[in-house]
Design a protein around this ligand. Structure first.
Ligand SMILES: Cc1ncc(COP(=O)(O)O)c(C=O)c1O
Length: 418
């Protein structure tokens, strides 16, 4: 987005504020989908809503004909509210409550089971409600995604999925096949996020295709879809990452290689989150002051890790730019720090920037994924607004929270008011 447009948004709507570029979201979606579709026609996207669950974003993706991957009842309700069809929603989560299972059954979405005990609880739910359900299993393929340990989900030590190892996943499908009212529709895996090595995706696809063949050959199960999850990385530091074309080739060459042995053509589902919205979002903050200590120069801004969690949580890097000083020479080295009372609240470390002063507007780029969605009210700071920009228009898609919102759900027992 043009720095002038972003400056206008900051002036009009205040800071901190998240700004999303609708055209970029649509472009990312189309680039991703067409890369895969040109190699495997029967492909569907199930956008990972957790990356950015704003209703408006969900509506954009519904218009693009995307389905979604949801991980909670809140996300499920968001997807339904945005008009995504239940058959295009997959409910994944490693610890579903009975209430969540019931909501998923009532909505008629695909329930992606994570364990055998979840299967038994679902069996009881559908029996009690005299309903049926469509299911898949998340399988643990013991693949190292070679990413940050906190976003690696496919390791054999990970909490996610039923292990292929020891025939556990195979057994789960055998059990599910015998449960009245359960329709086995697919198989799922998601090995991690911000993945930049293609070999990891090929290995995953190889293992899951082999498993799909085993299900067909030994249990006679034909799957409607094979879901490889999300995970394609984006270049936060301008580094080289695989293009969607290269990613698509790595996956579909394996899928196509199995076509003959599998004997049928399931849909290929992919759950990109970061790739779709990551570079379409910017966080704008205002500089509240510059502090020079004998050791460092700090730029203080009006947001902290309650607004942008990724640097504190994963040591992640976001490019920054001082929007009202674009083109000025970078003469200073600053740590850009937040307003949270924790020393881990460093948003950008050791950055070369022009000399800044109070009131300057600083942009954190590539903040559209896992930005607002991971924000909190920590230190009792209301969450920021979200703005959607398209053409010449900028519109609020989520109001800035107010102090009232901090107290809305709190109750004080009468005795304490004396
Ligand atoms: C089950 C599942 N699918 C998809 C995704 C999306 O991953 P990414 O945003 O890296 O594409 C995630 C992210 O954690 C996930 O847990």
């Amino acid at each position: 987005m043009d720095p002038e447009v972003l400056l206008k948004v900051a002036r009009k709507f205040g800071t901190p504020v998240y700004v999303y570029d609708e055209d970029q979201i649509r472009k990312n979606y189309r680039t991703f989908l067409s890369a895969i579709k040109s190699r495997y026609k029967n492909t569907r996207i199930r956008y990972a809503l957790k990356a950015n669950p704003s209703l408006a974003v969900c509506h954009i993706l519904r218009q693009e004909d995307s389905g979604v991957d949801v991980v909670s009842e809140g996300e499920l309700l968001t997807a339904l509210k945005a008009g995504i069809k239940p058959k295009d929603i997959i409910f994944t989560n490693n610890s579903k409550t009975d209430k969540e299972l019931t909501a998923a059954v009532d909505a008629g979405v695909i329930i992606n089971l994570d364990s055998l005990h979840e299967l038994y609880r679902l069996k009881k739910t559908i029996k009690d409600k005299k309903k049926s359900a469509k299911v898949s299993f998340r399988v643990n393929l013991a693949v190292d995604p070679k990413t940050h340990p906190k976003i690696a989900t496919g390791l054999r030590e990970s909490k996610f999925g039923i292990h292929l190892e020891g025939g556990l996943a195979f057994k789960a499908y055998g059990v599910a096949k015998g449960v009245k009212g359960l329709g086995i529709t697919g198989v799922h895996t998601h090995i991690g996020s911000q993945i930049t090595e293609l070999g990891v995706f090929s290995e995953t696809t190889e293992k899951i295709m082999e498993f799909a063949c085993q299900l067909r050959e030994e249990l006679g199960i034909k799957l409607e879809f094979i879901d490889l999850g999300g995970g394609l990385g984006i270049p936060y530091m301008g580094e080289n990452v695989p293009t969607p074309e290269a990613y698509a080739e790595a996956i579909t060459s394996v899928v196509n290689g199995f076509k003959k042995r599998l004997g049928y053509e399931p849909e290929l589902w992919l759950e990109p989150g970061r790739y779709i919205v990551g570079n379409a979002g910017v966080l704008l903050c205002r500089i509240t002051g510059v502090k020079e200590t004998p050791y460092k120069k700090f730029v203080n801004v009006d947001a902290g890790f309650n607004v942008l969690m990724r640097p504190a949580m994963y040591d992640s890097y976001h490019r920054v730019e001082v929007l009202n000083r674009v083109g000025d020479e970078a003469t200073e080295t600053y740590d850009v720090v937040g307003n949270i009372c924790e020393s881990g609240d460093v948003l950008a470390k050791g950055r070369r920037l022009p000399k800044v002063s109070e009131g300057d507007i600083i942009a954190f780029y590539d903040a559209g994924a896992y930005g607002f969605s991971m924000s909190s009210q920590y230190n009792l700071r209301p969450r920021p607004a979200e703005i959607l920009v398209w053409g010449e228009t900028a519109e609020v898609i989520r109001e800035r929270e107010t102090f009232e919102d901090l107290f809305r759900h709190q109750r004080v027992p009468k005795d304490l008011l004396k």
